[in-house]
Design a protein. Structure first.
Length: 240
């Protein structure tokens, strides 16, 4: 999300709050609190971490012998509702793509470079984001790998390793674009080159080990990141 559009602050966070209000959970995440919760990868995991810390809302289901997974079942239900709300926000057209995203994507498509989105968000949310903000033609060029497809979310490398495996890629010829240290950690663990484009919530994070760090990809190719820039980050063959 933070790579394609700055959605965490102004779409994901408000979507969670609307869902909390609908379920009468007496929970609201302000900008600062949600920024701290982003240290946890995945929406269901963020809700669980938050309530484990501050206490679970009154009336929230408790696990029992009859319903051993009652609490997490409600968390999943909440997350599905939050995802629907988020998708409605994206479809409203009020969340713009970040600078340079379409330029890089169009150049990649023209050069027959394969594209994927690897996210901790749900597959439904990611697909809607890509299709709505980029259009169906560009979206058709992407393969999508989401957090609900793997056992462990970022900073574990699972989602990137799945993409490499399913797409039959050579890791030494791949570049990951990330916006957070959690994402960078996943890229490093996967052994893949990674450029970091900072987002609102991640500007102050530690990106040690990134192949390159920029504020944004940039709309102007003369000053922004290009395909040549990304290619320069790949491991160079040893000279004979």
């Amino acid at each position: 999300d933070g790579v394609l559009a700055d959605t965490e602050r102004d779409a994901h966070r408000p979507a969670f709050n609307v869902a909390f209000q609908e379920y009468d959970l007496n929970t609201e995440w302000d900008v600062e609190r949600y920024g701290k919760l982003l240290q946890v990868g995945g929406g269901k995991e963020r809700m669980t971490a938050h309530w484990n810390e501050v206490g679970w809302p009154q009336g929230f289901p408790q696990d029992s012998e009859e319903q051993p997974n009652a609490r997490q079942d409600r968390v999943k239900e909440l997350h599905w509702r939050k995802t629907d709300i988020f998708n409605e926000m994206i479809q409203s057209g009020n969340v713009p793509l970040r600078p340079g995203v379409l330029r890089i994507i169009d150049d990649a498509i023209a050069s027959n470079i394969r594209l994927a989105v690897c996210s901790t968000s749900s597959e439904k949310a990611v697909r809607n984001l890509v299709t709505t903000l980029m259009g169906p033609d560009r979206a058709s060029k992407f393969e999508i790998f989401a957090g609900d497809m793997v056992a462990k979310k970022k900073p574990a490398p699972d989602v990137y390793l799945m993409a490499v495996d399913k797409m039959g890629l050579d890791k030494s010829k791949c570049v990951i674009v990330e916006d957070s240290h959690i994402g960078l950690g996943a890229a490093k663990a996967a052994g893949i080159a990674c450029i970091v484009t900072k987002s609102t919530y991640t500007a102050g994070e530690d990106f040690t080990g990134a192949s390159m760090i920029v504020d944004e990809l940039g709309n102007d190719p003369s000053t922004g990141v290009t395909l040549e820039t990304l290619a320069s980050l790949l491991p160079q063959p040893e000279s004979v």
